[in-house]
Design a protein around this ligand. Sequence first.
Ligand code: GLN
Length: 487
Amino acid sequence: MHTKTIVELAQGLKNKDFSCVELTQYYLDRIRQSDLNAFITVTDELALAQAQAADDKIALGNASILTGIPYAHKDIFCTKGVKTSAGSKMLDTFVSPYDATVSQKLNQADLVMLGKTNMDEFAMGSSSENSFYGAVKNPWNRLKIPGGSSGGSAASVAGGLSCFATGTDTGGSIRQPASLCSITGLKPTYGRISRYGMIAYASSLDQAGPMTKTAQDAAIVLNVMAGFDEKDSTSAEQKVPDYTTNLNDSMKGLTIGLPKEFFSSGLDDEVANHIMAAVKEFEAMGAIVKEVSLPNSIYAIPAYYIVAPCECSSNLSRLDGVRYGYRAKEPKNLEDLYLRSRSEGFGEEVKRRIMIGAYALSAGYYDAYYLKAQKVRHLISDDFKKVFEQVDVIMGPVSPTTAFDLDSVKDPVSMYLADIYTLSTNLAGLPGMSIPAGFAQNLPVGLQLIGNYWSESKLLNIAHQFQQATDYHSQTPCKYKTVGTNR
Ligand code: GLN
C-alpha cells in the first residue's frame, strides 16, 4: 500500500478497495513504527478527522483525485492550530494562529495531513542534521543522511510514511534530498507558489514544491499548490495551466544542454556514469544533446552564501524573545532578554549565518558583499538566458556524490560544497527537478532537469517520459535493483 502513487491510491479509494480512514491509519501506524525520525509532529487526530470527511465526500461522489490522499507537510509551512517549528528550538512551542497559503490550498483539496516533517533548522543545511529534533536517517541506508533541508519530507516519501510530501527549496532543499532518497522533487519558478505563511529563510530564493513518487503525481500536486496570491507580493500573476495535460508529449527533437561545468572534477565517477546513461535514454527517445557552458556557475556557492545569510539575518531578526518563540528565563534587562533568547534559541549553523549576514550588510561592507553577490547573480542568470536560446532543457547531476555518512561532514564550508549543482537555479529563479536515475554504491542517484522560466509543464513531461522508459522511481528501499531500464 505504501508504495502506491497518488493516482493508484485515488483509484483504490474510488473502487472502495479501502477507506480513507483505513489508509490513514495504515500510514499513522507506519510512522509510529519508523526509526527514520522523519516527523517532528504527527497529527493523528486531525488526520483521522480529515480522513473521515474525505470518506464522506467519496461516498457522495464528490471526490477529486486528491481527496483523502495522506501527505506529510514540511514543518516550515504555518498550519493553524498545529505546532510549526521550522526545526528550531526557537519555535518549539509555536502554534501557528493561521494557515500558510499552501496549507490552505492543500486543505481545500481535501488532503489528509499526517504530520509535519523534520528539517534543518530554518531550512539551513544540506543533510537534515541541523535540526533541534535530531538528524533524519536515509531510508536506503540508516547510516547515511537523507539530504536537506527537506530531509524529513524525502525520507517520509521514500520510506513509505506518506504518499507524498511538501518541501521548500532555497538552494536545493527539494532537489537534493529527492535525489539522495530516490524520489521526484520539483522546485518551480520563483513566484509560482505563494510564500505566504512559509517561514522565510532567504526571501528572494525560497520556493515551495511537491516531493512525490512520480512526475505524474508532482503535476497533480503542483496543480493545487501553484497560483497567484495577493498575500505574497512576489507571487506571479501567471496563469496556472493543467500540469498533467502535456505529460505524454514526445521527446523527439527535444534539445538537451549538458553544461560542461557540471561535469568537472569533484563529481563522483559513478554518479557521472548514471547521469550520462540517463541522457542516452533521452537520445534513444529522439532527443538531441549539446554541450553548453554556464561559465559563471562556478561563482554560485560564494554568491549564494552571501545572499542567503544576508536575507536570513534580516528575516530572523523578528525572533527576539518578545512577541513569540523562545524566551530566556529571568532576563536581567531588555538587552539580556534579546541576547540570551537568541543565543539559547538558535542552533550553531543558524547563528553562524546570522553573523555572516549581519556583517556583510553592515555599513561599509554592503557594496563589497551583498551588492557584489547580486551582480554575480545577474551574470549567472544571463548565462542561463543564453543557454536557453539554444536548448529546451539543461541536464546534469543534482549532487556531486551519493548520500554521505551521518555525522561525517563537520566543516560548514565542505557542507556548502554539496550544493554546487543546485544553487545557480535558485539564484536565477528558474525551475528545477530531481528524478531517480539509478543507484551507485547501493545509494540513489538523481538526475537534475533545469528549465526556462515557467517551463514546469515541460520539465514534468520530460520527467514523466523518463519514468515511462525506466523503473528507478518505483524501486523501494527494501527491494531495488541497480539496473532499471525497461528497454
Ligand atoms: N543547503 C542550502 C543551504 O544550506 C540550501 C538549503 C535550502 O534550499 N533551504 O542554504
